[in-house]
Design a protein around this ligand. Structure first.
Ligand code: PFF
Length: 446
């Protein structure tokens, strides 16, 4: 395959997939509300004990199969090839995620526009402007969603090297620079910054409950884009000499670093303005921060543009990684061009995205609901509670129980000691599946 990532391109692309909207509000809000550094310690423990192990298994599928996800299962399964290749269709869940995820990125575009034209200056106006883009101004929501759609599909249409790698090589460092600017500004805010650091880092072990352990594990999987085929698909375009273990550690490090930077920035602003820290979700970003930026005058405008652009970059690099896996499958399976594959996927994502916008838009919300819930929420729940964990479970069972241990040792021997490999293999077979089943049962119950 000629279209391969460079080593740094691969790390940036996978980190680009991992660092996304989840880092902007899920990670900081969960850390802040659930025991500060005690939660970070728990998150790190689960990331290394479970997510890291499963992540290496996903890389193994792509590196050994060297093709699209369905093809990898077909090629690598010693028997029941057809049945196993069905696991490759978990890449469809990434398409479903893309359709609602890109609607949210569209809201960021709307806020970048507002940063230039005037952000809402009172709490009521700020709440109202978020309400407007979600439920009252479908035209703007559709335009912003379409804009994101074009950027994402244009990038994927250029392929791995001149599309996806190039986008990430530009956007990831830019995201980091923008965050450094915002971080420097938060440091200068003194009191707010100290409060944010205390909120995020002072450990409170009493808040760690079994329920939180599962929440943290779910977050680790979502944040590392697992169970959707993104990791194996990117790994299939990786050159053989890349150190899989070291790359994974770099990706995890970048993901956590950016989560913590976002957390410090967001909460410094929030505390400085005297807002409620327990309010999580998009409201934290779109309502509270937008209001604060408006109060800071021209400096606030600059900060707002930096902040929403940084989030836009984080979101776009993740969205791109959701489209590539299934596109790669269509191209290989039906021998069609990249453009035709993207046309097929594009129609599905665009239609579902429009459904998502209309499911929040007041006049049409009822018609675009299923079981009394907006289609947006249904897609979110279906993917995060069912499809992603099931995908991750099938991938780890396949590597742990179906692939030969010797084949895996052949792949990893250059990057780990024999003892390290045995520990990884044991954890993959016994700890990872248990962890994933526990998250699923828990999510179903709640
Ligand atoms: N990891 C991304 C985030 O934290 O926002 C979300 C994500 C990306 C999920 C790619 C799934 C995926 F395939």
């Amino acid at each position: 395959m000629a279209d391969k990532f460079s080593r740094i391109g691969f790390i940036l692309a996978v980190a680009g997939s991992a660092v996304g909207l989840g880092n902007a509000w899920k990670f900081p809000t969960m850390v802040g509300n659930n025991g500060g550094s005690a939660f970070i310690a728990l998150y790190l423990l689960l990331t290394f004990a479970i997510a890291f192990i499963a992540f290496l298994a996903e890389l193994a599928i792509g590196r050994l199969g060297e093709t699209d996800l369905v093809g990898c299962f077909y090629k690598l399964a010693p028997k029941h090839k057809r049945a196993w290749s069905l696991a490759g269709f978990f890449s469809i869940s990434a398409i479903l995620i893309a359709s609602f995820y890109m609607v949210v990125i569209g809201w960021l575009v709307y806020y970048i526009f507002l940063s230039f034209t005037g952000l809402p200056a009172t709490p009521e106006a700020s709440g109202a402007s978020f309400e407007r883009i979600i439920s009252a101004d479908a035209t703007s929501a559709l335009i912003c969603f379409s804009f994101v759609f074009v950027i994402v599909f244009f990038t994927v249409s250029k392929g791995i090297k001149s599309g996806i790698e190039r986008l990430n090589v530009f956007m990831m460092p830019s995201l980091f620079i923008l965050l450094c600017v915002l971080f420097a500004y938060s440091l200068s805010m003194g009191g707010g910054f100290l409060k944010a650091a205390e909120f995020l880092f002072v450990p409170d072990f009493s808040k760690i409950t079994p329920h939180l352990v599962l929440e943290a594990l779910g977050l680790a999987f979502f944040s590392l884009s697992m169970g959707t085929g993104t990791i194996p698909t990117y790994a299939a375009s990786l050159d053989e000499r890349t150190n899989l273990v070291r790359s994974t550690l770099s990706i995890i490090f970048i993901n956590i670093l950016i989560g913590i930077m976002m957390g410090l920035i967001v909460f410094t602003f929030i505390f400085d303005a005297g807002f409620d820290s327990t309010q999580g979700g998009p409201g934290l970003i779109f309502v509270s921060l937008a209001l604060l930026f408006a109060k800071l005058g021209v400096v606030g405008q600059v900060l707002a543009v930096c902040f929403f652009t940084a989030l836009l970059f984080a979101g776009v690099t993740s969205a791109v990684s959701m489209i590539e896996p299934f596109a790669f499958y269509l191209i290989n399976k039906f021998n069609i061009t990249r453009k035709s594959a993207l046309l097929i996927i594009g129609v599905v994502v665009y239609v579902l995205g429009i459904f998502c916008v209309f499911s929040f838009y007041k006049p049409t919300s009822e018609s675009f609901s299923l079981f009394g819930k907006p289609i947006f929420d249904i897609l979110d729940a279906l993917t995060s509670t069912l499809l992603m964990p099931l995908g991750a479970l099938s991938f780890s069972i396949f590597v742990g129980y179906v692939l030969k241990k010797d084949t895996l040792w052949g792949l990893f021997s250059g990057f780990m000691s024999r003892v390290g490999f045995n520990v990884w293999y044991f954890a993959l077979r016994y700890i990872v599946p248990l962890g994933i089943v526990a998250i699923m049962l828990y999510k179903f119950k709640s």
